[in-house]
Design a protein around this ligand. Structure first.
Ligand SMILES: N[C@@H](CCC(=O)N[C@@H](CS)C(=O)NCC(=O)O)C(=O)O
Length: 208
């Protein structure tokens, strides 16, 4: 039994969706981000960064949404959320998971928490939005040449990860669904039972 410390629609959503895709047993603990619960002593003992998600795996708190989703894929191979090691698809999977984790998600962190970057918050947000938009262009080009999923013919974790981030762009100057291939991907991912169930449990409004 896993325990996911989450907040609705936050980076924990990817882990929530991955748990449901795997059919793994889990329980949820909601973290009140608006109330600052993530900075309290009890939660910091689980996650010293003061972020969601935290996933309790075999009694140990583990962090980082991309790593947690990849860990679940590894522990539940029957769910086929990641291509087999040694394949060309595996190379693309690793590239895209790390691209989303290292390049796209940190730009969102700057968009949502511009004060962390230092300097003028509006300038930080403008630069973050430009980086995010160029990521959408990159992913849309990939999808247009080899869809329907980001790895081509097979669904993988990359798809809900990109979709979670795309959802975060809904208040940006140019949201991801403005790019037709991304709108199609979002429609495909959000139609999956795991996404729908996670969104329902977390109480998220319909999107896109
Ligand atoms: N690198 C972390 C970042 C997680 C993160 O930024 N979580 C946000 C919510 S999306 C959070 O906990 N924000 C609360 C805060 O920073 O106070 C991960 O990927 O898990």
């Amino acid at each position: 039994m896993y325990t996911l410390h989450y907040a609705p629609g936050a980076a924990s959503q990817l882990v929530h969706v991955a748990l449901l895709e795997c059919g793994a047993p889990y329980r949820l603990e909601r973290v009140d981000l608006e109330g600052g619960q993530q900075h309290g002593t009890a939660y910091r003992a689980l996650n010293p960064h003061g972020h969601v998600p935290t996933l309790i795996v075999d009694g140990r708190p583990q962090h980082e949404c991309a790593a947690l989703a990849m860990l679940l894929a590894e522990r539940h191979p029957d769910a086929a959320l990641a291509p087999a090691p040694g394949t060309a698809e595996r190379a693309d999977y690793l590239e895209l998971m790390l691209y989303l984790a290292n390049s796209v998600q940190p730009a969102f962190r700057h968009w949502f928490y511009p004060q962390e970057a230092g300097g003028d918050p509006e300038a930080v947000k403008t630069a973050a939005a430009a980086r995010i938009e160029s990521a959408w262009q990159h992913l849309a080009t990939r999808l247009a040449s080899a869809g329907p999923w980001l790895l081509g013919r097979s669904f993988s974790l990359v798809d809900p990860y990109a979709t979670m981030l795309m959802r975060w762009s809904r208040h940006l100057p140019r949201p991801a669904p403005a790019f037709a291939p991304l709108a199609e991907l979002a429609a495909r991912v959000t139609a999956r039972p795991a996404w729908r169930r996670a969104a329902e449990i977390e109480g998220l409004p319909a999107w896109p």
